[in-house]
Write a protein that binds this ligand. Sequence first.
Ligand code: ZN
Length: 156
Amino acid sequence: MFLIKSPASKNYQKSNSITSVDFFVSPKAKKAADDIMNSKKTADRQMLANILIDELDNNAGLEKAKVKISDTRQYHKKYNGRVVAKRYGYYRPKSNYIYIQNLTAVRGQILAPKTFLNTLLHEWLHHYDYRKLKLNSIHTKGFYLRLRSLKDELCV
Ligand SMILES: [Zn+2]
């Protein structure tokens, strides 16, 4: 793991050097992202996430990722009564599986649409990294620039 995360590794350098996504984002994907920005219920978000992820996989020419939006609280750790670590979702490369929890860690409120969409796109970008860029996907500056470029393409 040390070698993978080392700035000297090829994986790190490649991840850091690619600063945008390189595929055409369809109007259908933009519409789904826009609808997510106006969504609240977990069931609606599940349906819209299926459409968006399916469409992004089509647009980018990737094998299909599966998405599960859970009506549960985000996982978190506490230290001295304060939340010190939150996890909004995860991606499992072996099974192309994206999992997101739609309720906030502490109060159990529905995630703000922007937070939800950001989390969904973040996890999907890991899928893109693994399947398209053949990276061991890690959080380099390049990763966040790719995420920014994807959001720009989606107009969100
Ligand atoms: Zn991540």
